[in-house]
Design a protein around this ligand. Structure first.
Ligand SMILES: Nc1nc2c(ncn2[C@@H]2O[C@H](COP(=O)(O)OP(=O)(O)OP(=O)(O)O)[C@@H](O)[C@H]2O)c(=O)[nH]1
Ligand SMILES: [Mg+2]
Ligand SMILES: [Zn+2]
Length: 320
C-alpha cells in the first residue's frame, strides 16, 4: 500500500524535526535561531526575492528566510521551519520533493500532481508555443491537460476544435472554457479536487481569472498575501499556491512572452512529443535524428498518419 503525500509528509516531518533538534543542540551559537520556536511543518505558498511565505498546519502564514545551507524552495515545497515571532520564521529543512517543474533552469514549483496548460483565442494560441510548453511539462513527468479559454471569442468553434485534434490524438485532454460566459467552469471544478494543480501558459490567457472562478473567496486571500508580502500587482508576478475550500490546491504562475527551451537537449525535446514514443528506438540507425535518415520509424509514422505533420514540423523547429 502506498502512502499518501500527506502521510509521507508527516513521517518526513517527524524525521526532520529530530534532525533539526539535533542540529540546534549541536550549534548553540546560531544566533538567528537562539529563541526561535519549535520546529514545525510548513508549506511554501510563494517565494518573493529572498523570502518565502510559509503556511503552517493551522493555516497561519509566516514570512520566512532560509538558512544558508538550505536549497532554494518554491511554491508547493514542504519544509520545516521555526517561528521567530507571530509573523516571521526561519526555514531549517527542505523535505524531499516528489517532482519539480523547471523553466529555463529556473525552478517554478514543486510537488505537483497535474499540470493545466492554458491557451486562449485571444492572445491567439500558437502551436509552436504550445509544443514548447508541452515539452517542458512532459520532461517533468506530469499529467497534462490543455485548456482553451475565451472560447466565446472564437468565430468558428468547430474549426478551433479541429485544430486541437492533433493534441487529442496525441493523448491529451483538451477542454474549452469561457470564464466570461461561464462555459465548462463547473466541469473543470469537478476535476480539481484533492490534488495539487499548476496553471501554466502565456501572459493574458486567463490563468488567474480561472483560478478566481474556482476559489470564490480568493480575493480575500490575495489581499491577505499582498498585505503580508506586498505583492500588489494586477497580473501575476509570483508563482503562488491557493487552497480550494473543498480540497485540493491550485498554483497560479506568471505567464511569459518568450518561452525559451535553450537548456533542453534534443533527446528531451524528442521525449516531449508523447505520441512519438512508440516509435523511438525502432529506426534503422540507433542515432537517427528523424530528419532525413532511411528507414526512420518516426517518418514512417508520419506517412501513415500516426504522427501529425504539424507536430513533426514543430519538433524539427525545436531541435538544434
Ligand atoms: N473575453 C474573455 N476574456 C477573459 C476570459 N477569461 C479571462 N479574460 C480576461 O483576460 C485578461 C487576462 O486574464 P488574466 O487572468 O490576468 O491572465 P493570466 O493568464 O493570469 O495572465 P498573467 O498573470 O499575466 O500570466 C483579463 O482582462 C481577463 O478579464 C474569457 O473567458 N473571455
Ligand atoms: Mg495571472
Ligand atoms: Zn528516425
Amino acid at each position: 500500500m502506498s502512502l499518501t503525500r500527506r502521510q509521507k509528509w508527516r513521517i518526513e516531518k517527524i524525521q526532520a524535526e529530530r534532525i533539526s533538534r539535533a542540529q540546534r543542540a549541536s550549534s548553540n551559537s546560531e544566533a538567528l535561531l537562539g529563541d526561535a520556536g519549535e520546529a514545525q511543518a510548513g508549506l511554501v505558498i510563494t517565494r518573493y526575492g529572498q523570502h518565502l511565505l510559509v503556511e503552517n498546519e493551522s493555516g497561519e502564514l509566516f514570512k520566512c528566510t532560509g538558512r544558508q545551507n538550505i536549497d532554494l524552495s518554491v511554491a508547493g515545497d514542504q519544509i520545516i521551519f521555526q517561528a521567530t515571532d507571530n509573523n516571521n520564521g526561519v526555514v531549517t529543512a527542505l523535505l524531499e520533493r516528489d517532482n519539480q517543474l523547471n523553466r529555463s533552469q529556473k525552478l517554478i514549483a514543486a510537488n505537483i500532481d497535474e499540470l493545466w496548460l492554458v491557451v486562449a483565442i485571444e492572445p491567439h494560441y500558437q502551436f509552436e508555443l504550445i509544443d514548447r510548453y508541452l515539452v517542458v511539462a512532459e520532461n517533468a513527468g506530469l499529467p497534462i491537460n490543455i485548456v482553451v479559454n475565451k472560447i466565446e471569442l472564437s468565430d468558428n468553434i468547430k474549426k478551433t476544435k479541429d485544430s486541437f485534434s492533433m493534441y487529442v490524438d496525441a493523448g491529451y485532454s483538451v477542454s474549452y472554457l469561457s470564464v466570461k460566459e461561464q462555459v465548462n467552469i463547473k466541469e473543470l471544478k469537478n476535476q480539481l479536487n484533492d490534488k495539487t494543480h499548476i496553471f501554466l501558459g502565456q501572459s493574458g490567457v486567463g490563468k488567474s481569472s480561472i483560478i478566481n472562478e474556482l476559489i470564490p473567496d480568493l480575493n480575500l486571500r490575495v489581499n491577505e498575501i499582498s498585505t503580508k508580502s506586498k505583492l500588489g500587482k494586477h497580473t501575476t508576478t509570483n508563482t503562488t499556491l491557493y487552497h480550494i475550500p473543498s480540497g485540493g490546491d491550485l498554483i497560479d504562475s506568471p505567464g511569459i512572452r518568450e518561452f525559451q527551451l535553450d537548456d533542453l537537449t534534443n533527446k528531451e525535446i524528442l521525449n516531449g512529443f508523447r505520441e512519438f514514443k512508440p516509435f523511438i528506438g525502432k529506426c534503422k540507425f540507433r542515432n537517427c535524428a528523424h530528419i532525413n535518415e532511411p528507414s526512420c520509424a518516426i517518418k514512417t509514422a508520419l506517412e501513415s498518419g500516426e504522427i501529425s505533420y504539424k507536430r513533426y514540423e514543430s519538433y524539427l523547429n525545436l531541435i538544434s
